[in-house]
Design a binder for this molecule. Structure first.
Ligand SMILES: C[S@@+](CC[C@H](N)C(=O)[O-])C[C@H]1O[C@@H](n2cnc3c(N)ncnc32)[C@H](O)[C@@H]1O
Length: 208
């Protein structure tokens, strides 16, 4: 990592540490399209496995997605990865009734080797967090690192902002549909496809 990248990571970490409470209070209102995806995560996980599985969530934030998935009863363990201890604090409070299943990992998934020693996982999930590596070229290698910690046949379910003419964004960190699918393929996932898109969000599925 170059010194400039190092600084950028530190800035990103501080931004989320300071902004955790604000995100938790405003995300659903600012991004109403999020609601369209909650059920899709649980439907795919319940239908895809039919048994309890080991799940990792990338950029878990205040635990909104974890709460939905844990309520569905599909997780044997649920590992929450986030750079921000403040976000983990909010998630820990939100998920206190499921504490026996939770593993909290404070890590920067923009750094090489961040997931060594973790896993294996049957599924990885993420909502509005993958672009936080800030440079889209890093997403394929991030998926490859995740793929190495997954069981064969496992599922990746990733929902993130994507670029369309109606919803332009930052082309350095946000991807088009084709770019996101290519990143999953680069990461070693097969049967990659778009599951659903709504407003600025799109959800992809890949098989490990
Ligand atoms: C936009 S928020 C989304 C949070 C949650 N997934 C949700 O939908 O409510 C992005 C999350 O990613 C975390 N994050 C940002 N950059 C990260 C990094 N490099 N490594 C780990 N977590 C990161 C932030 O702390 C924050 O919790």
């Amino acid at each position: 990592m170059t010194p400039a990248e190092d600084t950028m990571n530190a800035v990103n970490a501080k931004r989320w540490e300071d902004g955790a409470t604000h995100w938790a209070a405003t995300a659903d209102e600012r991004y109403p399209a999020r609601h369209a995806f909650w059920d899709l995560f649980t439907t795919e996980l319940v239908g895809g496995f039919g048994r309890r599985i080991r799940i990792l969530e990338l950029g878990s934030g205040p635990g909104f997605l974890a709460q939905r998935i844990l309520r569905a009863g599909v997780a044997s363990t649920y590992t929450l990865v986030d750079i921000s201890p403040a976000m983990h604090g909010l998630a820990r409070a939100r998920l206190s009734d499921q504490a026996d299943k939770l593993v909290f990992v404070t890590a920067n998934y923009g750094l090489p080797g961040w997931n060594e020693g973790l896993g294996p996982f049957d599924a990885i999930v993420s909502l509005q967090a993958v672009h936080e590596v800030r440079q889209k070229e890093r997403v394929g290698p991030l998926y490859a690192a995740l793929r190495r910690r997954m069981t064969s046949g496992g599922l990746a379910l990733i929902c993130d902002r994507y670029l369309t003419p109606e919803h332009p964004g930052d082309t350095e960190m946000h991807m088009t549909r084709a770019e996101h699918e290519a990143a999953l393929v680069q990461g070693g996932f097969g049967d990659v496809r778009l599951l659903h898109a709504a407003a600025e969000l799109a959800m992809f599925r890949g098989v490990a």
